[in-house]
Ligand binder design. Sequence first.
Ligand code: DAH
Length: 345
Amino acid sequence: MQATENILEKIEEFIKQVEAFKSTKLDEIEAFRIQFLGKKGHLADLFAQFKNVDASQKKIFGQKVNQLKNSAQDKVNELKLAIENSSSATEYGDLTKSATPFEVGSRHPISLIKNEIIDIFSRIGYSVSEEREIEDDWHNFTALNLPEEHPARDMQDTFFVQTNPDYMLRTHTSSVQVRYMEANKPPIRTISPGRVFRNEAISSRSHCIFHQVEGLYIDKNVSFADLKQTLLHFAKEMFGEETKIRLRPSYFPFTEPSAEMDVYWGLNSEVDYRMTKGTGWLEILGCGMVDPEVLENCGIDPNEYSGFAFGMGIERMALLKYNIPDIRMYFENDVRFLSQFQSAL
Ligand code: DAH
C-alpha cells in the first residue's frame, strides 16, 4: 500500500517535470523523449511495475501513467513543431504576416498641374506636342518676329551654347509653335508643355529653369472671341466654375493684338492683397492672335488662315493652386514637401 502511494507521488512529480520542460534544441528534446518514452524510459518502467500495484489502486495508477505518457508525447510534438515553424520563418519570412504594404509615391506638383492642363485641353480637341530644349536662333527668336538686335530679346535673358551662339537653351515654349506649324498643316490645335531656361538670378520668385505650356490654334476664321472663350473655359476648369477673367492689352512680338489674362483672386486676406498688389486680379498667361508674319515664316498662308496662341507658366499655376510660397521648393526634392501631393492624374 505504502509502495503504491510512493509510486503515485513519483508519477505526479514526473508530470510536473514534463510540464516544466522547455527546449529549442532537437538533441535535448530527443534526450527528453528517450528519458520518458524510450524503451528503457520512465514510462516503460512504470508499466513494468503495474503488476505490483495494489488492486484497489490499479485504476488510479493506470490513469496517472496514461496522463504522463500523453503529456510527454504532447510536449515532444509541441517543441518539435515550434522549431520547425521558427526555421521556416528564417527561410521564407513570417508567412502569417500581411503582404508588404507597398508605398504609394506621389507626383511632383509640376507634373500634376501639367497633367491637369493637358487633361483640360485634350477634352476640347488639343493634341500634345513636345520639342527639343536646345533650340536654334530661328525657332526660339527670329521666326517669332524677334530678329537679332530686336529690343524684345532683352525680355528673355538667354543661355547660349558657348561654342556656337546660334544655339541656345530655349527661353520659352513658343519655339514649339514654330516647329509645329512648319511640320503640320492647319487646322492645328496643340498644346506644348516643357522646360524652359533663362539666365536669371534664383530667388523665391524666379528661377533659371521653369516650365511652360504653350497653346496654338490655327484654322480658317479664328477670331479673338474664340481665344477669349477658350481661355475662359480653361480658367473655369482649372480654378472653378465661378472664376472670372479679364484680358489686358499687352505686347508680344509674335502676336497682334496681344493680351495678358488675369483671373480674379479676391481680396480676402492680407496675402491676397500682397499677391495681387491690392487689385484682387492675378496675371496667369500671355496670349494673342498669331502675327501674320509668324504664320508666313512657318509656311502658313495668313490670307487663308488665322489663329491664336497663348503661353503660361506651370510653376505660377501650381503656386496659385497649392499655395506654394517659394519657387525654389519645386527643385529641392525634399520628400516632406513632395509627399503632400497625392492625385489621380
Ligand atoms: N512666350 C511668352 C513668354 O515666355 C509667353 C507667351 C505670350 C506665349 C503670348 C504665347 C503668346 O504663345 O501668344 O513670356
